[in-house]
Design a protein around this ligand. Structure first.
Ligand SMILES: *Cc1c(COP(=O)(O)O)cnc(C)c1O
Length: 452
């Protein structure tokens, strides 16, 4: 399988290059040259199939040319060492709980899979020479193929912890997580800084934007690239997208009434989660409708309404992992829809909600059903209800619950009181933090990356 750039100004590349470099030389995002369609036999046995079984079949449709079957099976098992249950919240409305991983957000799925895939491709390249040279040969000068792999990621909170947890103890990889001083929650900071070993937490005296700028600068630094294989772990990487398709199939496998039309409502920021759903549909999963629900950062709903895509600065909300003003996966969605606005609108129903609507519905659903949603999942629930009110045929309505509510206890305390911390979050509270503080300067970061 080859991967092409959404900007189409650079050559298609193999998996190793796409994953280890992340972004194409022309600044585009990698897309698989084709989306594989799964066999009828897969779909006829899907109902009741287990998570690992589904995961192996879905990922191997993309990766079997490059990854031996037993290796892929092991990657899948290590990635999904937690369940993704489908919970009926009220008749016909289901929450797909994506938050049972180590950092309690859906990003665990993509980050854990990517870390293992990167480690494998890096090692395979070292041993065989081929994969690695392919990576090295494009845009890099060194051809020794023996350089250590260093992953750099900037975070405003959730991504850093999922990436750290995903890469912890993965051999041959050093990870540098840049977070802005005083701007992540105390719990998020613990989730980033309590790992040690190959995870290096770096507190930057600046904002998230400064962290992102520094990360971009080191990734583009010629001298450092000669010594190390540098890569980014943020959500543009195709290795995070592919495994996210798995749970759309797994949701279908868990339905009580599989004959009803299936509708997914996805709380969206960078639209990686939704794009993975579109992959699942292109692979043959019968999805009647996708709904993309956003907070007031509504660039994509605005595109659906007007045909105009106008990226802008994001605004802060309580569903902060969706505070995105220029969603990176928009270009991938455009590829899937042949850049056609009508195609886009047919496949995706979009909607937007405010913080006060979000808090109100968390309260209402909690009082009526006892089910406590986090702000991101609540935005999706609102989207599901809005769609239902306009379409009265019965459906299996599945909204994606992307984080555990305890991660956002400050925002929703007024509704549910103090939320008990689940074990994953409790255990980091007592661990000791390790991090290095640096000024907002490239040189300081370069020195750190060189010395570790
Ligand atoms: C990242 C994130 C989202 C948004 O996902 P995208 O793929 O960026 O659209 C939603 N909810 C939570 C909890 C997240 O961490």
């Amino acid at each position: 399988m080859q991967y092409y750039s959404t900007n189409k100004k650079s050559e298609p590349v193999g998996l190793s290059h796409a994953v280890l470099k992340g972004l194409a030389n022309d600044g585009g995002l990698y897309m698989p040259e084709r989306i594989p369609v799964l066999d009828d036999s897969f779909f006829s046995s899907l109902h009741g199939m287990g998570l690992h079984d589904i995961a192996t079949q879905v990922t191997s449709a993309f990766l079997s040319d490059d990854i031996p079957a037993p290796v892929l099976a092991e990657m899948v098992e290590e990635t999904l060492n937690f369940d993704i249950p489908l919970v009926e919240v009220e008749p016909g409305i289901y929450s797909l709980e994506l938050f049972h991983g180590p950092t309690m957000a859906f990003k665990d799925v993509g980050a854990r899979f990517m870390s293992r895939l990167m480690a494998y491709l890096h090692m395979a390249g070292k041993h065989a020479g081929t994969n690695h040279e392919e990576v090295v040969g494009i845009g890099m000068t060194d051809t020794q193929g023996e350089r250590p792999l260093k992953v750099v990621v900037a975070t405003s909170g959730d991504t850093g912890s999922a990436v750290a947890a995903g890469f912890f103890n993965v051999p041959g990889i050093e990870v540098f997580v840049l977070f802005p001083k005083g701007k992540v929650s105390p719990l998020q900071q613990k989730q980033i800084t309590t790992w040690g070993k190959n995870i290096h937490a770096i507190e930057v005296d600046g904002t998230f934007d400064d962290c992102q700028r520094l990360a971009k600068q080191v990734l583009g630094d010629k001298k450092l690239n000669e010594r190390f294989l540098l890569t980014s772990a943020n959500s543009i990487n195709i290795a995070r997208l592919i495994p996210q398709s798995i749970y759309y199939f797994y949701a279908a496998a868990q339905l009580k009434k599989p004959a009803l039309p299936l509708v997914f409502c996805v709380p969206s920021g960078n639209f990686g989660n939704l794009t993975a759903g579109l992959f699942a549909a292109a692979m043959g999963l019968p999805v009647a409708q996708f709904i993309a629900a956003t907070n007031i950062n509504d660039v994509v709903p605005e595109y659906a309404a007007s045909g105009l895509y106008r990226p802008r600065q994001s605004m802060q909300t309580i569903s902060n992992a969706m505070d995105v003003g220029d969603p990176s996966n928009f270009s991938r969605m455009m590829e899937l829809f042949d850049n056609d606005h009508v195609n886009f609108c047919k496949a995706i129903y979009t909607c937007t909600f405010t913080d006060s609507q979000t808090l109100e519905v968390i309260d209402q659903v909690y009082r009526q059903t006892g089910y406590l949603m986090d702000p991101h999942g609540a935005v999706a629930y609102l989207g599901a209800k809005l769609y239902q009110s306009a379409h009265d045929h019965p459906t299996n309505m599945v909204f994606l619950e992307t984080a555990h509510p305890a991660k956002f206890s400050e925002a929703i305390e007024g509704v549910a009181g103090k939320i008990p911390l689940p074990p994953q979050l409790k255990s980091v509270k007592d661990k000791k933090e390790h991090f290095v503080s640096i000024p907002n300067e490239l040189q300081a970061l370069k020195e750190l990356i060189t010395s570790e």
